[in-house]
Design a protein around this ligand. Structure first.
Ligand SMILES: *Cc1c(COP(=O)(O)O)cnc(C)c1O
Length: 516
């Protein structure tokens, strides 16, 4: 451990301060009534300014991010996010806006909303989008609320069954359950694609719809998607597209053209907003022609006079019926809308970054990004498939899945190296681990998604390290069992760490470390 890996409380020395304020200008706060003041001073660390600066700077460097290294996390699209987008989102004219400002004073911001909505329609082939939902899973919930609303309005409240492939992202069944729908799983065939015959068995009067990702979570294109959409539609259901990872489709194919009715996108994956650590994100939801009025309110709309307005906003007079007539501020839309899903119109800063990204890449650039993401994934797969088991051969899209090592080094008295061991060992070489043990279809899943923003040199370096790890496993798996050897924490008890995380330094320990 380096000296400065010590926490700031451990560096505390009684009486040391990191600041000095002129006492005549800042008198002691005598005005605080006794009832409100602390009984004992707060046990803050007593340290100098350099200690504080080093503490926070070192802490910031203990984290791994896409700005510090290659991050091949499958089903997550950790692409590099151009810094210019951050600068645009931080421009004072945008930053200082208030959602309750009169529409006339925020026409530029509303134009960003409108422009991004149009761009997403163009990219996906949907008819309209709401940008209000704040995350991918939030978009799923919104989309399913629209699906449910559709069946209610068309007189089919009994349609509550949502079909989800066994390879689906965990949020899909979770969102359906939260929406009060019943989740039914459809199996995949050995080639990793939906079993259409098994799907047929599930289609009946109770089907609300089907949720799909294409390419699916294994990075494989569902070549029978058109047929699947026809079957679900014939059964009276709607098709939901999980577009969290839209990278592979960019400029090549559109969910709207594949027969999907409702979809969400993760702006914080595909459209260049940093993610991880819990937000802020944005999960716009798009709908096909005919479902526009079911989108949640408020909606940004251009009025006849050419002015952009936010319609159906919370706090404004809502629907009221007078003498048999319906009055409201959104032209009757709130009668049909699936409801409100966020405060105002969502996370505007994320929209700005996405819009800046789309405009700076342009049509050609967007299509190139998608193709490069696919090329990079196939390059890594082909370079490693002799040492890592590739359960499903063939061209992948933006990501692919290995099923552990070809030779895990297992021998008399020595356990073989697992996928967890490989992932941990990668940390020693400065790479983030891929997604592991997901999807659940394979026992030793290693899911790799390189994205388009990595150079061939970075991909080659990663391949070299992955090959070296495979060699180490074959020679002596024990090297991997103890990895990582170079990180501040090696192998925490992951279950305990997730259930009882210790997120702050406890003052109790201060007492202990001072020996008081
Ligand atoms: C990331 C992801 C989601 C969920 O997105 P969040 O913003 O984390 O809620 C849903 N589906 C897929 C396929 C994803 O990769």
């Amino acid at each position: 451990m380096k000296y400065y890996d010590k926490l700031i409380f451990e560096l505390s020395v009684p009486g040391r301060t990191g600041y000095s304020l002129p006492e005549d200008r800042y008198p002691a706060a005598e005005a605080v009534p006794a009832a409100l003041s602390r009984e004992a001073p707060l046990p803050l660390p007593e340290v100098s300014e350099p200690d504080v600066v080093r503490h926070y700077t070192n802490l910031s460097q203990m984290n791994f991010g896409v700005d510090t290294g290659f991050y091949p996390l499958g089903s997550c699209t950790m692409k590099y996010n151009p810094k210019v987008n951050e600068e645009i989102a931080a421009m004072p004219g945008f930053l200082g806006l208030h959602p309750l400002q009169p529409a006339e004073t925020v026409q530029g911001a509303l134009e960003v909303y409108e422009g991004l909505e149009k761009a997403l329609c163009e990219i996906t082939g949907m008819s309209a989008f709401t940008l209000n939902p704040c995350a991918g899973a939030h978009g799923e919930l919104t989309g399913l609320m629209i699906m449910r609303r559709f069946h209610m309005l068309t007189g089919h409240p009994q349609r509550t069954k949502v079909i989800v492939p066994d390879s689906a992202h965990g949020t899909n069944p979770a969102s359906a359950a939260v929406c009060g729908l019943e989740v039914v799983e459809v199996k995949s065939l050995p080639d990793g694609r939906v079993d259409v015959d098994a799907l047929k068995e599930l289609l009946d009067e109770s089907v609300a719809g089907m949720m799909m990702t294409n390419p699916n979570t294994l990075g494989l294109f569902e070549s029978r998607v058109g047929e699947i959409a026809d079957l679900v539609h014939e059964a009276g259901g709607l098709m939901y597209y999980d577009g969290a990872n839209l990278n592979p489709l960019l400029g090549v194919a559109r969910p709207g053209d594949m027969g999907f009715d409702i979809m969400h996108i993760n702006l914080h994956k595909t459209f260049s907003t940093p993610h991880g650590g819990g937000g802020p994100g944005s999960g716009p939801v798009g709908v096909a022609h005919g479902l526009e009025d079911l989108l949640p309110t408020p909606r940004v709309e251009r009025c006849e006079e050419g002015i952009l307005k936010v319609k159906g906003r919370a706090g404004k007079p809502k629907c009221r019926h007078e003498e048999g007539e319906h009055h409201c501020c959104c032209g009757g839309r709130c009668k049909l809308s699936a409801g409100e899903v966020s405060a105002f119109t969502g996370n505007f800063g994320v929209m700005l970054k996405a819009y800046a990204y789309i405009l700076s890449l342009g049509k050609e650039g967007i299509a190139r990004a998608g193709r490069l993401a696919v090329l990079n994934a196939n390059y890594i797969k082909e370079c490693l498939k002799d040492v890592y088991k590739l359960p499903i051969e063939g061209v992948c899209k933006h990501e692919f899945v290995f099923d552990g090592l070809v030779n895990d080094g297992a021998r008399e008295g020595v356990a073989g190296a697992t996928t967890l061991d490989v992932a941990k060992r990668l940390l020693d070489f400065g790479f983030h681990a891929p997604t592991i043990y997901f999807p659940l279809l394979f026992h030793q899943a290693i899911m790799i998604e390189p994205t388009e923003t990595e150079s061939k040199e970075t991909l080659d370096a990663f391949i070299e390290v992955m090959r070296r790890i495979a060699y180490e496993a074959a020679e002596d798996p024990n090297i991997l069992h103890d990895a990582p050897h170079t990180t501040p924490v090696s192998r925490p008890d992951e279950t305990a760490a997730a259930r009882n995380p210790v997120l702050s330094w406890r003052p109790v320990s201060l007492v202990v470390c001072r020996g008081a």
